[in-house]
Write a protein that binds this ligand. Sequence first.
Ligand SMILES: [Zn+2]
Ligand SMILES: [Zn+2]
Length: 409
Amino acid sequence: MGHINFLAFAMPAFFIFLFLEYKLMQRRKKTEIFNYESSVSNISIGIAERLINLFIAASFYQLYYFIYDNYRLFDISGNVFIWFALILATDFVWYWYHRLGHEVNFFWAAHIVHHHSEEFNFTAAARITTFQAIIRTGFWCMLPFIGFHPGMVIMMLIVHGTYSFFTHTQLVGKIKWLEYIFVTPSIHGVHHASDEKYLDKNYGDMFTFWDRIFGTFQEEEEKPKYGLTHPLKSYSFLWQHFHYYFEIYELWKRSKGFKAGWKAVFGSPADMDQDIRPILEKRFLQDKSSPHQRLRFRNYLYIQLGICALVLSVFTYYFDLLDLFDKVFVLSFILITLINCGALLEQRKWMYYLEYGRIFMVTAYFLYKEDLITFLFVPLAIMIFAEQLFSLSKRYQDVLLQLDNSEYE
Ligand SMILES: [Zn+2]
Ligand SMILES: [Zn+2]
């Protein structure tokens, strides 16, 4: 009793800050910094990361304790100077984790997802994947290895993570005096820019002096153009997560000899063959009939995303009390829904079957819970009959996948 899982409040807090950001931008008549499709995709990716994190965070913590208990270099006791040292050490490790995330293909495959966003607002801060979280954990292991107590490390990572959330906004402009020491939204905005002079700059998360020391500091001069140099033209949930791994694999397959193969995986993203992505997109993605049209049924997407956020918050709160069966059910339900949101944005024809799969899964779950699993044939029969009698798939495609031209000329 009395156990409160504070992580459960992260999602509501995120939406409150996002709402405030939107309202303030609306007052300044600058809502163009928000883009509907991109925001949906950013939030979907953030939800998936928070969801999977519930399953793996405990093993991250165990790893920190394991390293601290068995391999720590120094015995560092906790006093105020140690906290100060830890903050510096955390940001230093981050600097190198982040820099290598941009300089090594294998790491970039995970980090690129954070940079897909052509928006720069709080939704971009949510754009973190599980792959990135796992790689980051590898780097964070340095801290308990040096001798910082895992309890302190975990606390510091929360502070560090929270700080970087607030640097993803255009609410505040340049604050020159602060930039001598701290990363501001303007400084991090430069990091998210695709302009030539801003490329590969500002890797620090909290402090700017690592960038100044290692020659990667750049302050904002012209207004940045946010996003990648070669933008990803897809909002597919799965493609956004995996495309760069496929690109590496393709490059590796084409390379002759060990050295070239090594370079494909651990070389620089700047040397990635830019012809590969369009080839893969042709192979894996269906052509969009008209990429400039907008969805008619936005509310359907909002509702799905809202349900995911709500279910995730409640799920996080009760996570420790649930059994594995319930956990796997919620995990699959949210992931299918997020894939569905991406498929809807991309107008994928197969999403209809995903909808069917989801309904079937939810029904099966409740029948199982009520000990009525032998009646599983009932929803199955209803679905088959409904499809046969009313040609649901066609109706579904006509209604939900119909695009609205009215907003565009
Ligand atoms: Zn980055
Ligand atoms: Zn960022």
